[in-house]
Ligand binder design. Structure first.
Ligand SMILES: [Mg+2]
Length: 143
């Protein structure tokens, strides 16, 4: 699915968003995801239907991407890999596809550009996705 310039885009991180430190990481190891976070995330996606772009490190690994799809986490594209500041990767994606519409960045890290900060919804690695984050994403991306 190609993005349109005015689509509402969600840049999605995984670690620290759909998983967190309080989970039992011994079961699924590096593939650990939080069922509660996934459920809340899916409900949010159903409601606001954004164009989802994976910006997480998970995008670099086919088995990680497959695991996300298995868990029902859908995404239409991934940001390019610059191995640098995540904000630059998001900026390059938007420039390359000509995106000028609204967007939100859901991420527990903070390496974003000054003009991206207002659209950054920051989760905490020890809790992951919470209702206040979902509320903020809805404010930013509501149709
Ligand atoms: Mg993260």
């Amino acid at each position: 699915m190609l993005v349109k310039p005015d689509d509402r885009v969600l840049f999605l991180d995984i670690d620290g968003v759909l998983n967190h430190f309080l989970l039992d990481w011994s079961i699924e190891n590096i593939f650990t995801l939080c069922p509660k976070a996934i459920e809340a995330y899916q409900a949010m996606i159903e409601e606001i239907k954004p164009y989802v772009v994976l910006s997480s490190t998970w995008r670099k690994f086919p088995d990680h991407r497959d695991h996300l799809r298995k868990k029902g986490i859908r995404f239409s594209d991934c940001t390019p890999i610059l191995n640098g500041i995540r904000g630059l990767e998001i900026n390059l994606w938007r420039t390359t596809v000509g995106h000028t519409g609204r967007y939100a960045i859901l991420d527990d890290d903070s390496d974003f550009l000054p003009d991206q900060k207002p659209f950054h919804v920051k989760t905490q690695v020890n809790r992951g996705l919470q209702s206040e984050h979902i509320q903020r994403i809805k404010e930013l991306l509501r149709p």
